[in-house]
Unconditional design. Structure first.
Lengths: 269, 666
């Protein structure tokens, strides 16, 4: 049984169905990608897994237990950590204190008496933002703040790491380093579930990919298989290579572009 | 059971008036996200205006009513939205609460200034007319109240569902920014809803005046009735608000009918709205955490431990000096100031650092004082127990609101303060009605601090120690957590913090500090009574704390001193007593948006002065350096050190050699 099992989850906001009978898994030691056009319901899935959003139907199983009725903090206490698409760093605190807060929460009241600075600085170093340690979190660049959220999350020693568009705001070299970091984390036994628009990154690091469109999982599998799936191409491009009379797909740039209201990503070949 | 029917019917009439008032509250809250605690106070001022028009100016009733509801109230509503509460809905809840509490106090002061206390009667509409219905006598005023509530319900329904501006109002509830993008005018919508809300407050106030009398405080407190009714509809649903108001009216009417008219039970009736409120709050479902863009807050700087201890010692020396030269009655005043300052310290922790507002902080001091008097153990153990009891009561207040967000907690504290003020403190087991309890001075390790001077100095010492404690907490893990929670509750939750219990603990700690202050205050006074801990005092404590800076212990010290001086000034110029409240209240409205308050301006001023002095000193030093080199302007941060990298060439970019030389020299 997988570490995380999202089973038949439905989320409705009034008349809008944000997630429609989505089922997928994420397992320890693997990097799982959750991709799809904007508005496909990816972040809503994360909110359901972390308890910020109650599902209308369906269940979330974590380590073999149904956690639907667990409050947010209990899920976190059992090792579900996440970062946010719209940043939720503690703006009034320094970068170092952001991570210390996570440390304090994770360790409980008794840990407040022990010095945590060394561990915290090691974490900042690991994600590559040690130079920002003394700056206020609302003054650092977006990409750095995303890495800060990752460091903060790692301070609570997660078993399942949910990353919501972690690489946006990072340059190419930083993204490469980030990919390596993810592989290391997975190598240490962490389950990584990642919502990401950078297809190069997704295709190079993910062991498994689930594609969401209009709240439904339209494809699941290994990167190569997903890339070739005509439904995925249609969801992203509006047409598929196998449709016949459409033009040849341009070579890949790994960019996400929006055209005429439709969101598409060019898939690397 | 004819009388049951009769009292139910009478309850419906009062409920109808509550419904009118409550619907105005819901309307302004849903469209602008600003909960107007001063809703009842506006109703009060407008009821006085109506009295002024009809009785003093002698205008016809109908004309006066039209003027108040159609001109004065909407104009005030428009003005308040435009110049006072605009944009408050997007900010932290605590700021909006403080600003509207400022309005409440300011309006009471204004009313006292314009209409000095004297018996006034506002007659019901058509006092002579009425009909006998079975064993019930229904007056024309009753009928008018019911008709008004039906008209209001229908009018609001049509406004919200059948007009363009009503649609815009409902859209503005969800997202004012989006409404703007689609060509709507959120400002117009907000101004309209405040204008309508204010008219409803006025109508409710005028209709209720024959029931609650033309009284500054009673009418102001109607906001609790309105809030309790609105909570049934979770401050959103108008039909449920009407249902809540009717239920509340009937409950009150039954209380009049069936509860004994003497003893403890007679005090229950005035607190039924508060009890009703707690019952609903307990039944409310868990609030969802919200995700949104997080903005850091700039708070007053936190001094280092050495600096704090130094200032603390200086304050103790200064206090020693003042206490020994001051007149005996002034020594007691210094003790009072220390009490207020300690209560404000508890607010620094809760509001300044934690972002939660308490409108009952002085009530917790009252609990501490009551416990100290009842325990009759005038030693450190008794004092500690009193503080613990106050902390326990604080936790009890926060518990029902455990699952809800900050606004509900703050509003529940106000209901709690009224409950204590009107019922518990006056009960037989407490201070008794109009009674006092004798208390003894504190003994430390067997030595009683009997002298006024030494006792007051001990209180200043207690303030300094508590201030140091608050600062140590702020610099440690607790302080970081408090700020993290204020910045992003969602992130704290997903990191594993159970904020519900954390909040209860914080509330208890803060109430405990206030309780300690109350215990010391009881020892200072020698006798304390319910009149020392009126709910209104808690509002003043909050306002002065915010005006002088609720994010720093210096602000608490200054605020405490000011609150001690306030009644002294009022006593020295009774004709200006109301004006002083008005100045304080409206001053808080102006300063409330910056919780760092006057203390922070003082810090800035001293740093600015220092920065002015320091560079001129620097320049003289700089003149000794070769031309073309200068230091950059010193940053205001004390951590900002000069270092070699900050030596920058300004004359010629090519003039690198000089720089090198200088670096070499240094």
């Amino acid at each position: 049984m997988a570490l995380l099992d999202v089973d038949d989850v439905v989320v409705r906001f009034g008349g809008v169905t944000a997630v429609n009978e989505a089922s997928f898994t994420a397992d320890s030691g693997l990097i799982t990608g959750l991709i799809g056009p904007n508005g496909a319901g990816k972040t809503t899935c994360f909110n359901v897994i972390t308890g910020l959003q109650k599902p209308t139907r369906g269940k979330v199983t974590y380590r073999g237990r149904n956690i639907n009725h667990w409050p947010v903090h209990k899920r976190a206490g059992h090792g579900i950590g996440r970062t946010f698409q719209r940043l939720e760093a503690f703006g009034s605190l320094t970068v170092r204190d952001n991570v210390r807060v996570a440390h304090d929460i994770h360790g409980g009241v008794l840990s407040w008496l022990r010095p945590s600075a060394a561990n915290v600085d090691a974490l900042l170093d690991r994600v590559g933002i040690a130079e920002y340690a003394g700056e206020r979190a609302d003054s650092i660049p977006t990409g750095t703040a995303r890495l800060l959220e990752l460091a903060r999350c790692l301070a609570s020693d997660p078993k399942l790491l949910l990353l919501d568009e972690p690489s946006s705001g990072l340059d190419e070299a930083e993204t490469d380093a980030f990919g390596e970091l993810l592989k290391d984390l997975a190598g240490e036994g962490c389950a990584v579930l990642m919502v990401e628009h950078d297809m190069d990154l997704v295709m190079s690091v993910c062991d498994e990919i689930h594609v969401l469109d209009f709240g439904q999982i339209i494809a699941s599998g290994q990167p190569a298989g997903v890339r070739a799936d005509p439904r995925v191409q249609r969801a992203y491009l509006g047409y598929s290579e196998t449709d016949g009379d459409t033009a040849v797909i341009e070579p890949v740039t790994g960019q996400v572009a929006a055209t005429g209201g439709q969101h598409r990503a060019e898939v690397p070949s | 059971m004819g009388s049951l029917f009769a009292f139910t019917l009478l309850g419906l009439f009062t409920g109808a008036a509550y419904a009118i008032m409550a619907s105005g509250l819901v309307l302004t809250y849903t469209t602008t996200r600003v909960f107007n605690i001063a809703h009842g106070a506006f109703g009060m001022v407008l009821a006085y205006t109506f009295w002024d028009f009809t009785q003093r100016q002698g205008l016809p009733t109908l004309l006066s009513l039209l003027l108040v509801l159609g001109v004065v109230a909407p104009a005030i509503g428009w003005f308040v939205q435009r110049f006072v509460t605009r944009g408050l809905g997007e900010g932290p809840v605590s700021v909006a609460l403080v600003v509207t509490v400022g309005l409440l106090v300011g309006l009471i002061g204004l009313a006292q200034q314009i209409w000095p206390p004297e018996p006034r009667v506002l007659l019901p509409f058509y006092p002579e007319t009425g009909w006998q219905m079975g064993d019930t006598y229904i007056t024309a005023h009753h009928l008018i109240t019911i008709l008004c509530s039906i008209v209001v319900a229908g009018g609001l329904y049509v406004l919200l569902n059948r007009t363009r501006i009503g649609t815009a109002m409902r859209a503005s509830v969800d997202n004012p920014e989006l409404l703007k993008l689609f060509g709507g005018k959120p400002d117009t919508v907000a101004a309209l809803s405040w204008a309508v809300g204010m008219s409803l407050a006025a109508l409710g106030g005028i209709l209720l005046t024959p029931v609650v009398n033309l009284d500054y405080y009673a009418l102001t407190l109607l906001v609790i009735n309105a809030y309790a009714a609105a909570m049934l509809g979770r401050l959103k649903s108008l039909p449920l608000t009407f249902a809540g108001a009717m239920t509340l009216g009937i409950l009150e009417s039954w209380a009049v009918a069936y509860l004994p008219t003497d003893g403890f039970w007679s005090t229950v009736r005035p607190v039924i709205p508060a009890l009703f409120l707690f019952a609903i709050v307990v039944a409310m479902p868990q609030a969802q955490l919200r995700i949104g863009q997080v903005k850091g807050i700039v708070a007053a700087p936190v001094p280092g431990l050495g600096k704090s201890v130094g200032w603390g010692a200086a304050l103790l020396l200064f206090a020693l000096l003042v206490i020994n030269v001051a007149a005996p009655n002034q020594v007691l005043l210094i003790g009072t100031a220390a009490t207020y300052a300690m209560v404000m310290l508890s607010l620094v922790l809760l509001t300044g650092y934690g972002g939660h507002v308490s409108l009952a902080q002085f009530t917790f001091a009252g609990v501490g004082a009551l416990a100290y008097a009842k325990l009759d153990e005038p030693n450190l153990l008794g004092l500690a127990l009193s503080a613990l009891i106050a902390a326990g009561v604080g936790a009890l207040v926060a518990l029902p609101v455990l699952r809800l967000t900050g606004l509900y907690l703050a509003l529940s504290t106000m209901a709690f303060a009224v409950l204590m003020d009107k019922m518990i403190f006056q009960a037989e087991f407490a201070f008794k009605f109009n009674g006092t309890l004798q208390t003894e001075r504190l003994s430390v390790l067997g030595f009683q601090i009997a002298e006024d001077t030494s006792y007051v100095w001990f209180m200043v010492l207690a303030f300094v120690l508590l201030a140091l404690l608050v600062l140590v907490l702020r610099r440690g893990a607790l302080g970081r957590l408090l700020i993290a929670m204020r910045d992003s509750p969602s992130a704290c939750g997903t990191l594993g913090l159970d904020m519900r219990w954390f909040r209860v603990g914080l509330f208890a700690l803060s109430a405990g500090i206030a309780g300690l202050a109350g215990g010391l205050f009881a020892g200072l006074r020698g006798s304390v009574g319910a009149a020392d801990f009126l709910y209104f005092q808690s509002l003043l404590v909050l306002l002065l704390a915010v005006v002088f800076g609720v994010t720093s212990v210096t602000g608490a010290l200054l605020g405490g001193t000011a609150l001690m001086l306030l009644p002294e000034w009022q006593a020295s110029a009774p004709e200006l007593a109301g004006l002083l409240f008005a100045i304080l209240g409206f001053g808080a409205v102006l300063l409330g948006r910056d919780p760092n308050g006057l203390a922070n301006h003082m810090f800035k001023g001293s740093r600015w002065g220092w920065a002015r002095l320091a560079p001129s000193f620097d320049e003289k030093l700089g003149a000794l350096l070769p031309r073309g080199i200068r230091r950059p302007r010193a940053g205001l941060d004390e951590n900002d050190r000069y270092d070699e990298d900050k030596l920058v060439p300004i004359a010629d970019p090519a003039d690198v050699e000089t720089t090198m030389v200088i670096k070499g020299v240094r």
